[in-house]
Each structure stands twice: as structure tokens, then as C-alpha cells.
Ligand binder design. Structure first.
Ligand code: ZN
Length: 122
């Protein structure tokens, strides 16, 4: 025996309370099934955002150092401080994959910072 949907005439198995096709109740007295739309929890990492974050970290971390090499004593190396912004921002992310990139960028900015320290006339 099948349960034929009154709404769409789909033949459902007799143990089905709701139409498998359209969700209309097949048994009298059942309230219409509300379809729960599951939000895709596994969010895909925005690759563009990651690339941009890497660019920002690299430009700030190494940009100042490079400028300081070309034009000496510009103190542009202080820009390397800004290189820590993106990594710390990424480390706040709940997604561990983004956090991982934050750690990598933190290392990058730290290297940039060390290079800047070396240019200081101490
Ligand atoms: Zn139906």
C-alpha cells in the first residue's frame, strides 16, 4: 500500500507521514512539516581574502624594510609593526584553517620585524 500525496500525487511508502517529494502531511491531523534549511556549517575559506591578507602582511612586514634598504634612515621600517595586524586578526577566527594561516603570517611578520630591527642603528 502506498500513500498518495494529495498535493502532488507522489506515491509515498505507507510508513511515511509526510510526502517525500513536497512535505505535505499524508496523515490527517499532522501539522505541515517545516523544512529546516541547514546552513552549510563547513564554510569554504574565502581564498581571495586569504591571498589579500597574505599580501597585506607581506607588504607591511617587508615593505618598510625594503624601503629602508633603498632609502636609508627613513624609519619606514616601523611599518613592519602593521604587519602584525593581519595575523592577529586571523588568529581570532573560529575556523582552525584560518588560524593556521594566521600563525604562518605571524611568522612572516616576525621575520619582517627582525629584519627591520637589524636596520636600526643601535
Ligand atoms: Zn507531495
Amino acid at each position: 500500500m502506498t500513500r498518495i500525496c494529495k498535493n502532488c500525487n507522489f506515491e509515498n511508502q505507507d510508513n511515511y507521514d509526510y510526502c517525500a517529494k513536497c512535505g505535505t502531511p499524508l496523515v490527517e491531523g499532522l501539522s505541515p512539516k517545516t523544512f529546516i534549511v541547514y546552513k552549510n556549517v563547513e564554510t569554504t575559506i574565502n581564498k581571495k581574502f586569504l591571498i589579500i591578507s597574505y599580501l597585506i602582511t607581506i607588504i607591511f612586514s617587508f615593505g618598510g624594510f625594503v624601503i629602508d634598504l633603498i632609502a636609508k634612515h627613513t624609519s619606514m621600517g616601523f611599518f613592519s609593526f602593521f604587519g602584525f595586524f593581519m595575523p592577529f586578526f586571523l588568529l581570532q577566527a573560529k575556523d582552525n584553517r584560518i588560524k593556521k594561516h594566521g600563525v604562518v603570517q605571524l611568522l612572516l611578520s616576525f621575520i619582517g620585524f627582525l629584519l627591520f630591527i637589524r636596520t636600526l642603528p643601535l
